[in-house]
Design a protein around this ligand. Structure first.
Ligand SMILES: Cc1cc2nc3c(=O)[nH]c(=O)nc-3n(C[C@H](O)[C@H](O)[C@H](O)COP(=O)(O)OP(=O)(O)OC[C@H]3O[C@@H](n4cnc5c(N)ncnc54)[C@H](O)[C@@H]3O)c2cc1C
Length: 441
């Protein structure tokens, strides 16, 4: 059915010459990667009618799943849908040192994304297989038709950035592909450096390996030649065969997008994209979907200019802080690799984004005003900044962090707090008490 365009903002009727279908749903999500699928899942389970659009193409790629996101997926009930392997033993050769400290979960991205889209469908979201463009809050499908809805979520990932605003003078590429070695390697992951960049490999029990070589985008050499040279550098003793032509992925960090229209929100990489060195891109994608959902709820429950200002600040400050923190963590890793410091790849990235510390130094717990989420809505609230959480924390589970710290600082006993909040508070109490000792000293 074609009807005249009705402005998406409730109460505002604009004169338009275009004809757009007002979607009989409340939200259109363009892009069904982790950020889009989780956005659709959250909205659908809150009763919104959601249409999720994604081409559902498979890329065959592997990534690492951070423990934080693994924990969140389990605890939210979403799970990983059998998309993870591991944790596999992990070896890191960086800065002249070898560490084997942590295991790492390996993620089959196609399976995870399909699983998350399936979870959104199970909550009632409609999945449309297709590709769309987004302009002025309207979604135009390549397959035909133009739609709008009260809420539009842009979750197209890095494809959302027509002209990439990198904020960096370098341009990074990750060349990824499947390989096999003779002799076959023991299952596990490895990170190593080489003069032209760094490489992450996942060797699977079936003898195949996945390589992701992050290097400078500019090179006269072809993708296959570059990936083979990198693999031969880090595996000099093995005979390496590529199993398929490698693929290239943009890997330059992308600055946060300015949030102009709160009813058409970018999430995940469409909002800001991290350097893969951070290892937190997926966590960011999901957490930004949660933040956008909190903004949507707030604007619905408390419409008006105050909420709009609050939500815009919340989303933008979060994106800027996450982008900068991850860029600085990446810079510190780059600086650790002194062996290759003079090489163009390493030299160009050693001073980006600036000289500031990745984490503010907080020597003792401190309560400051900030923005957080209470009861699902964005609010001004007290945040607790501690040496372990320098960026500030609003909640320990369901316990307000600032109020808990006040009780501890006033001398509340461990037993009293356990009785009030349950056994989960014990570890947090112990950690905060250690800081209280620091304050007293
Ligand atoms: C080389 C590399 C390695 C990485 N490794 C890791 C890692 O090990 N661990 C980690 O946590 N993070 C990693 N990341 C980051 C992680 O991949 C991203 O942060 C994450 O995928 C972002 O999720 P997203 O949903 O925002 O976007 P995406 O995952 O990019 O999803 C976007 C979705 O939108 C769809 N889409 C695109 N255009 C359109 C359109 N026009 N219409 C409809 N649909 C569209 C796509 O098909 C896709 O399904 C890595 C990134 C790179 C570049």
């Amino acid at each position: 059915m074609t009807v005249p365009f009705v402005a998406r903002l409730a109460g505002l009727v604009k004169q338009k010459t275009r004809v757009t279908m007002v979607d009989p749903c409340d939200m259109i999500v363009l892009g069904g990667g982790p950020a889009g699928a989780v956005s659709a899942w959250l909205a659908a389970r809150e009763g919104l009618r959601v249409r999720l659009i994604d081409p559902c193409r498979e890329s065959g790629r592997l990534e690492g799943l951070s423990p934080r996101l693994h924990h969140w997926l389990q605890q939210s009930g979403l799970g990983t849908g059998g998309s993870t392997l591991g944790p596999l033993p992990r070896r890191v050769d960086w800065g002249g040192e070898t560490s084997r400290a942590n295991g790492e979960y390996i993620l089959d991205r196609d399976r995870l994304d399909a699983h998350l889209r399936g979870a959104a469908q199970a909550e009632g979201a409609e999945l449309v297989q297709g590709t769309g463009h987004l302009h002025d809050g309207r979604v135009t499908l390549a397959e035909g038709g133009e739609w709008t809805a009260r809420w539009v979520i842009d979750a197209r990932g890095r494809r959302s950035h027509r002209a990439a605003r990198h904020g960096a003078e370098f341009s990074s590429l990750s060349i990824c592909g499947w390989y096999r070695t003779a002799p076959a390697r023991i299952a596990g992951c490895a990170v190593s450096t080489l003069p032209e960049g760094w490489i992450w490999r996942a060797d699977l029990a079936d003898g195949r390996g996945w390589a992701q070589f992050t290097c400078d985008a500019r090179s006269p050499l072809g993708l296959e030649e570059r990936l083979m040279a990198a693999l031969q550098y880090v595996l000099p003793e093995a005979e390496v065969t590529l199993l398929a032509p490698p693929m290239a992925r943009q890997a330059t960090p992308v600055l946060p997008t300015e949030i102009a229209d709160l009813t058409c929100l970018p999430v995940g990489d469409a909002l800001a994209a991290m350097d893969p060195l951070s290892g937190h891109g997926l966590f960011w994608a999901v957490s930004s979907a949660l933040a956008a959902a909190a903004a949507r709820r707030t604007l619905t429950a408390r419409p008006g200019a105050t909420s709009e200002t609050l939500c815009r600040r919340y989303l933008q400050e979060r994106a800027a802080a996450t982008y900068l923190r991850n860029a600085r963590i990446g810079r510190d890793f780059i600086r650790l690799e002194a062996h290759h410091a003079a090489q163009p790849f390493w030299a160009a990235r050693a001073a980006f984004p600036d000289e500031r510390l990745a984490h503010e130094v907080v020597s003792a717990p401190e309560i400051r005003p900030g923005l957080g989420v209470r009861g699902g809505l964005v609010e001004e609230m007290e945040m607790l900044h501690t040496p372990d959480h320098p960026e500030g924390v609003g909640w320990f589970g369901s316990v307000p962090a600032a109020a808990l710290w006040r009780r501890i600082a006033e001398g509340a006993s461990r037993e009293a707090l356990l009785a009030e909040h349950g056994p989960g508070i014990g570890r947090i109490y112990d950690g905060l008490c250690a800081h209280r000792a620091g304050v007293a000293a």
